[in-house]
Ligand binder design. Structure first.
Ligand code: URA
Length: 312
């Protein structure tokens, strides 16, 4: 009998899965574990064709990729086996870390190109669906693009979707999202009358904070999304979104509630960073700070409605 049909085993498996989930291991990434801290393997040995250095002893015909010493037995830079010019130092082979940095740069470049080509929010969503430069796409269930009214005056931008958002495809629907709805309602705003998105549109496994590389790769898309939605007021929610969008290094307790300029594509948008609702769930005493910021947002909206003081 299949072990999973044995009730005791099935219960144990279910308990094990629950435990994994609680520990944050909630995405299947591969069949076998990878030790990311393991020392990189030694660079592969390259056999120099015996014809390259006639008469050289066999041991001298084995060179190592990235060996920077200009020995006579090193392969020539053009790979055709000619001895190197005197003083020639071959470029070192990139180590794994360099390779990762290079691939992030390439992914950022490709994200910029894809985002810039999108002439509408629908095209941007489609571009994100096609984009393969962010590894989070492999572990997330789906893209979480946006919710609310894309023509709204206020656009709120969070960090990244969580589990509830990953399941539903809609940003801010879990506990933090429900608190956000109550916060907005407290100043007379409904979800349907604001536009909501995230810096990173795929859920990081275990709800971890997106890495700086993941944020860098996704930034061109959220920047384009802001440009296309063209809100009059931008509200970054939490430290990640505030740092990514406003380029500040300030801690959130300092940055919150202070109007800043978001330098968008050809247009500056007033931005009011606010504490993330997930943070407020953990630190309810700071809700009073969030209330101050909500009142500031409400005042700005009232001012922008007055014909003499348009925003943006
Ligand atoms: N937290 C976020 O930053 N975004 C969401 O969509 C949900 C939780």
């Amino acid at each position: 009998m299949d072990a999973s049909h044995d009730p005791a085993t099935a219960d144990q498996l279910a308990a094990l899965l629950r435990w994994y989930g609680e520990m944050g291991v909630d995405a299947v990434v591969d069949e076998t574990p990878h030790d990311r801290f393991a020392a990189p393997p030694p660079p592969p040995a390259v056999l120099v064709a015996p014809s390259a250095v006639p008469g050289a002893p066999v041991a001298a015909r084995v060179a190592t990729v990235g060996d920077s010493r200009p020995t006579r037995s090193s392969p020539a830079p053009d790979g055709r086996g000619r001895p190197p010019l005197p003083g020639f130092v071959p470029a070192a082979t990139p180590r794994p870390l360099d390779a990762a940095a290079l691939s992030t740069d390439a992914a950022v470049l490709s994200a910029r190109e894809a985002a810039a080509r999108a002439g509408s929010l629908d095209e941007l969503r489609a571009a994100l669906e096609r984009f393969e430069g962010c590894g989070l796409k492999n572990t997330a269930s789906r893209l979480v693009f946006a919710d609310g009214d894309p023509t709204a005056t206020v656009m709120l931008v969070g960090e990244a979707p969580g589990g509830d958002e990953d399941r539903s495809g809609v940003p801010f629907v879990g506990k933090a999202g429900q608190l956000l709805d109550r916060m907005l309602a407290a100043i007379g705003l409904e979800r349907a009358h604001v536009y909501v998105a995230n810096v990173v549109p795929w859920r990081p496994p275990g709800n971890r904070t997106p890495s700086p590389q993941e944020v860098a790769v996704c930034l061109p898309f959220i920047s384009r999304q802001i440009a296309l939605a063209a809100p009059s007021i931008l509200v970054p929610l939490g430290g990640s979104a505030t740092q990514a969008l406003l380029g500040t290094k300030e801690g959130m307790l300092r940055a919150r509630g202070k109007w800043a300029d978001y330098a968008g594509e050809g247009r500056t948008i007033p931005a009011l960073p606010m504490l993330h609702p997930a943070y407020l769930l953990r630190q309810p005493a700071h809700k009073k700070l969030a209330w101050r910021d909500l009142k500031a947002l409400q005042r700005a909206l009232a001012d922008s409605a007055a014909p003499s003081r348009p925003l943006g």
